[in-house]
Design a binder for this molecule. Structure first.
Ligand SMILES: [Zn+2]
Length: 347
């Protein structure tokens, strides 16, 4: 039986009736009776976290992919109303049962974290290669059209050379893919912004000129403020700690500047607890992003970026419903009243 929902449809803001047939949305009343599952409230295109690493991530010394942990952490995302996830780095392949389950969020993986062998050092979760171009193209093809590169690692050391980064971007784009780049040093962000990568992840210490470069290239900014806000109190006073704190302050400042320059800023948590993209929205707002843009960063804008439709005719049937307007009360994102994923009521 079709599902019927009525409420204020975002981001447009009109009160509308919509129906769900299978995994699609329609605004045309179907002939057969429908089951009304929402009557009132605010209907948001299902939430998105564009930077999360379920199944074991970059915070372990001896990382390995844990399929049970992956399923558990993905379920936490889903139960918070996060209906689509991008994995910019994963220790293993997305397990087929997770990808295919009707109650799993939509998943876009970039494969492994690729680290050029010339970086000053690497971490346990890196896949180190001296042939970054070939590996990046292969990962893009083997996954969901994305690859993930370490643009730098140690922020006191040299990043991936610009010419190499440029070659990767050219080859991946020629193969129809997109490149996400981890940057945590001024030089690393500058190289990524000049090379025209598709998304700058973190962007710690981002030089001011990057904002214009990213706007010109259509590069998206995913600052993952949640993860950095968690780390900040643990940074010990030292020359390196000072660099860290300065880089953090700069990245926070660039969020609003990037938005004002026309750069799309998106919400990614990059940390536990999973299913916490509402916190990232709050950090983005605290950094100066207008509230509507911050909510869109975890919903309609992120979906558009990932090629996932929102609440439009024929759109994918992911809806989260709230008692209040998240554009006025973003905290309400923590309390979805109803979650519809792939046309099924999850809650
Ligand atoms: Zn990450």
């Amino acid at each position: 039986m079709a599902l019927h929902l009525r409420g204020t449809v975002l981001p447009g803001g009109a009160v509308r009736d919509l129906w769900i047939l299978g995994d699609r949305i329609t605004f045309d009343r179907p002939h057969d009776p429908a089951n009304t599952v929402v009557d009132g409230g605010f209907l948001l295109p299902g939430l998105v976290d564009v930077h999360t690493h379920p199944g074991g991530g970059d915070d372990s010394d001896a990382p390995r992919f844990d399929a049970d942990l992956f399923a558990e952490q993905v379920a936490a995302h889903r139960d918070a109303g996060t209906t689509a996830l991008r994995f910019p780095g994963l220790l293993g392949e997305v397990p087929a049962p997770s990808r295919e389950a009707p109650d799993s969020p939509r998943m876009i993986t970039a494969g492994r974290w690729l680290a050029w062998a010339g970086l000053s050092k690497s971490a346990g979760f890196h896949t180190v290669t001296d042939d970054l171009v070939a590996y990046a193209v292969a990962e893009t093809k083997a996954n969901d059209g994305w690859c993930k590169l370490m643009g730098d690692w140690d922020f006191e050391a040299a990043p991936v050379p610009y010419e190499l980064l440029r070659a990767v971007v050219g080859a991946v784009h020629a193969a129809g893919g997109r490149v996400a780049v981890h940057c945590q040093s001024a030089e690393g962000v500058l190289g990524a912004a000049r090379a025209g990568v598709d998304s700058v992840e973190h962007g710690m210490g981002m030089p001011e000129e990057c904002v214009g470069l990213m706007a010109a290239h259509g590069t998206v900014y995913v600052p993952t403020l949640t993860a950095f806000a968690r780390s900040a109190p643990k940074i010990k006073p030292s020359p390196r700690g000072t660099l860290w704190q300065e880089g953090h302050r700069t990245m926070v400042r660039r969020v609003r500047e990037a938005h004002d320059a026309g750069v799309t800023v998106l919400a990614g948590t990059d940390s536990a607890p999973f299913g916490n993209v509402a916190t990232e929205v709050e950090h983005l707002i605290a950094a100066g992003l207008p509230t509507e843009a911050a909510v869109g960063a975890a919903s309609w804008t992120a979906r558009d970026f990932l090629g996932l439709s929102g609440l439009t005719e024929g759109g994918l049937a992911d809806v989260t419903v709230y008692a209040a307007d998240p554009r006025r009360e973003p905290g309400v994102l923590r309390h979805p009243r109803r979650i519809v994923l792939r046309g099924r009521v999850i809650r």
